[in-house]
Design a protein around this ligand. Structure first.
Ligand SMILES: Cc1cc2nc3c(=O)[nH]c(=O)nc-3n(C[C@H](O)[C@H](O)[C@H](O)COP(=O)(O)O)c2cc1C
Length: 187
């Protein structure tokens, strides 16, 4: 069985509808996954680099779970990446610690699938924004698996761009199932 490590990059999971549901539903399906909630562990953004690197070394499959912020990952997860994926650990001639591991990016967007089209509000398809993830994985010898994402997941202060909360939670539950199936396929 693969050692699955889920890094939760949401800056405040208590206020989350989508990411919190995805994580709890995924854990019901894959009970042995380890979850590191960066918002709880590092509210001050001071990352414990050694313990994060040790957790990564033990993992076979790394999942980055996050809400999409400004077409990338939230600042907390970016700080984690900046601090933890160091030269000599994750890349460079002696940085081979992540080689051969699998990486899944699993995220939610506020905008709808229709808005992520050429000429529409977001101007590009979601997958066209993902090259930095592709190259990060390449540089570190990680195998980037097919991304798992859900659009139209915004629900802030009772205002939803798309769906009511029950629909958003149902989409998040389906997202968790897709994530689980992708993880299982790697066995
Ligand atoms: C600072 C910030 C930036 C955001 N940037 C984007 C964005 O670039 N594209 C998008 O589709 N949604 C964007 N959103 C919406 C979030 O992706 C959406 O609220 C989130 O996926 C919902 O997940 P949650 O319920 O777990 O918080 C942004 C939200 C915030 C607060």
């Amino acid at each position: 069985m693969n050692n699955v490590l889920l890094i939760s990059g949401h800056p405040d999971l208590k206020s989350s509808h989508s990411n919190a549901t995805i994580i709890s539903e995924f854990l019901k399906l894959y009970k042995d996954a380890s979850v590191r909630r960066l918002d709880e562990m590092y509210p001050d953004y001071r990352i414990d680099v050694k313990s994060e690197q040790m957790a990564l070394v033990k993992a076979d499959i790394i999942i980055w779970q996050f809400p999409y912020y400004w077409y990338y990952m939230p600042a907390l997860l970016k700080k984690w990446l900046d601090d933890v994926f160091t030269h000599g650990f994750a890349h460079g001639s002696k940085g081979k610690s992540l080689e051969g591991k699998k990486l899944i990016i699993s995220f939610t967007t506020g905008a709808s699938e229709e808005e992520y089209q050429h000429g529409e509000a977001m101007n590009f398809k979601v997958e066209e924004f993902l090259n930095p993830f592709v190259q990060t994985a390449n540089l570190c010898g990680l195998q980037l698996l097919k991304p798992v994402y859900s659009n139209g997941m915004m629900y802030v202060n009772g205002i939803s761009t798309e769906d009511d909360l029950s629909k958003i939670k149902a989409k998040a539950t389906d997202h968790a199932r897709r994530l689980y199936e992708l993880v299982l396929k790697q066995e």
